[in-house]
Unconditional design. Structure first.
Length: 223
């Protein structure tokens, strides 16, 4: 059973999400928060598998709430999906950097939401929708990351193979696809990705994708 917490300041929106999620045999809503502060408090109490986090909420917005959740070691198994009305929203990009596993637009189809919850609960990042990569590309392009950044800072401790793997993760390849591209076993590819999590302090694949773009390993508009 996948436990889900809702965080949205609109009661009607929460009610709609609850009706949809509770109607599934493998999901249940365990808590509802009306603002970011309450979202953090309830998450610490219920430790849900997935938090559906609205970006713009009173008291504490979704960005700061996400950062607090992902930084809390007691919530290491809790994943955050950010919900937004606008595709290119700087708050969403900030939430991805803070450790959110992906984001969805509020006008999504019900099946998209259900699929997203299952994907994230299984430990995968919600990177399949084209919107996520478009968002990352837009803001990294605006920041002006370049090739020179690759030699600096957080990538300094990576081996050449690990940089290669990070580039492929940034391009959206799965572990199986990385294994095929590099002609290694799936277990070896998985091991390389796991080392990237440790060395870069990344919570999941979504953060690795952001790092790959920000450091210039993957350039906006190029593959």
């Amino acid at each position: 059973m996948i436990s889900v917490q809702l965080a949205d300041d609109q009661a009607l929106v929460r009610a709609g999400f609850r009706a949809l999620l509770d109607g599934e045999d493998d999901m249940r809503v365990v808590a509802e928060a009306a603002d970011g502060e309450q979202a953090v408090e309830l998450a610490r109490e219920h430790r849900p598998d997935v938090v559906l986090m609205d970006v713009r909420m009173p008291r504490t917005d979704g960005l700061r709430a996400t950062a607090r959740l992902t930084a809390d070691p007691t919530l290491s198994r809790t994943r955050v999906i950010v919900l937004t009305t606008f595709e290119l929203d700087e708050y969403v990009f900030g939430a991805l950097r803070a450790g959110a596993s992906g984001f969805l637009l509020k006008d999504m189809e019900p099946t998209e939401l259900l699929d997203a919850v299952r994907i994230v609960a299984a430990g995968d990042a919600l990177l399949a929708p084209r919107h996520t990569r478009r968002l990352i590309e837009a803001f990294v392009a605006q920041a002006g990351a370049g090739p020179a950044d690759v030699e600096d800072g957080e990538l300094a401790e990576l081996t050449s193979r690990e940089r290669e793997v990070l580039t492929l993760v940034g391009q959206g390849l799965s572990n199986a696809e990385i294994a095929e591209r590099l002609v290694v076993s799936p277990l070896t590819a998985k091991t390389h990705v796991a080392r990237l999590f440790t060395k870069l302090g990344a919570r999941d694949r979504a953060q690795l994708v952001v790092i790959a773009y920000e450091t210039g390993l993957v350039r906006p508009g190029r593959r």
